[in-house]
Design a protein around this ligand. Structure first.
Ligand code: BTN
Length: 324
């Protein structure tokens, strides 16, 4: 459940151009007038400029919810993640930029974020639509001491983190569709792109790209994805603060990443499986053009998807085409 503070900010974001009376806020959020007044004072303290007109109500004149290095770092209590943030109003791709910065030696935990991407990239060189101010388009540079074969585990780690954070923030179940998609119901809401620069036994850097559809309405999606994609707003009817979401993701990311480095993959595997899309459901899949049926059972350490065949044999899939 989102906090009162988060809900009041979202309400103001949704009513950007109008005044909201204390009464209206109290009714919409189901809190007392005194609680509204207290929250407004906290917001003012936090850097929001609130205009208050008697008999009319409150309006936020300037909100720190615009993405910038400052607004993202404000209140961010991480130790190493997001200590350096590169923010661009428009960029080709945060992923391309983060890779370039990583080659130039950017430190572990550096973040590249944009309001709009003109050449956002998905897996398999697919286009990733990145509408202006409507979503989270973010890439994180990591320099873990791991072996190249462990790179897929980072996609699964990040999928677990996103599913947990987005479920908590929206109160709807966000599921992980192997290997790199986040789904609400049968619609894709987010995707992960993990890229790596490595030699045989050394990973030089990883760039984890995260794309989340946040505040788009269905008609704003490109027609090619309108029947397949959703946003947090479409799924819940609520407009979300991208800053709050990014900060929650970064906090959780740092903590879970540290656990992963200390404890290994097993705890992630358990959490991943708890949030897996279509767990224990039958799917049709194709390997080497061979059609087969299997029940989704989970993942294994190297990132493969485990399916149970009709004869109860467990098969590990690495790059199967799956009819979900
Ligand atoms: C996928 O679903 O195929 C992965 C999508 C990843 C999109 C993100 S948005 C931020 C970063 N920059 C990109 O160009 N791609 C990733």
């Amino acid at each position: 459940m989102a906090s009162t503070r988060d809900r009041i900010i979202a309400l103001f974001v949704a009513n950007e151009d109008t005044y909201l009376s204390g009464q209206a806020i109290s009714e919409q959020l189901n809190i007392s007038r005194t609680a509204v007044w207290k929250q407004i004072n906290i917001l003012k303290k936090d850097g929001y400029q609130v205009d208050a007109i008697p008999n009319k109500g409150y309006r936020i004149i300037s909100t720190p919810d615009k993405l910038s290095e400052n607004t993202l770092q404000w209140g961010l209590d991480t130790k190493w993640l997001g200590k350096t943030i590169h923010h661009y109003p428009t960029i080709d791709s945060t992923q391309t930029k983060a890779n370039a910065l990583a080659y130039e030696g950017a430190p572990h935990g550096t973040i590249v974020v944009a309001d709009k991407q003109e050449a956002g990239r998905g897996r398999m060189n697919r286009q990733w639509f990145s509408d202006n101010n409507q979503g989270i388009w973010l890439s994180i540079i990591l320099r873990p001491s791991v072996l190249p074969f462990q790179a897929p585990q980072f996609t699964l780690l990040v999928g677990t983190i996103l599913a947990e954070v987005l479920t908590k923030e929206t109160d709807v179940a966000v599921k992980i569709k192997w290997p790199n998609d986040l789904f609400i119901g049968n619609y894709k809401v987010a995707g992960i792109l993990t890229e790596m620069q490595a030699e045989q036994d050394t990973v030089h850097h990883l760039v984890v790209g995260i794309g989340i559809n946040v505040n788009q309405t269905r008609t704003r999606f490109d027609t090619s994805i309108q029947t397949k994609a959703t946003s947090l707003r479409e799924a819940t009817g609520t407009i979300y603060s991208r800053i709050i979401l990014i900060q929650q993701i970064l906090r959780s990311f740092e903590a879970e990443y540290e656990n992963f480095i200390k404890q290994g993959f097993n705890p992630i595997k358990t959490k991943w499986e708890q949030r897996a899309y279509k767990l224990n459901e039958w799917v049709t899949y194709y390997t080497n053009n061979q059609k087969a049926e299997g029940k989704i059972k989970g993942i294994q350490e190297d990132g493969a998807l485990l399916v149970e065949r009709i004869d109860k044999q467990i098969t590990a899939l690495y790059s199967a085409e799956i009819d979900w």
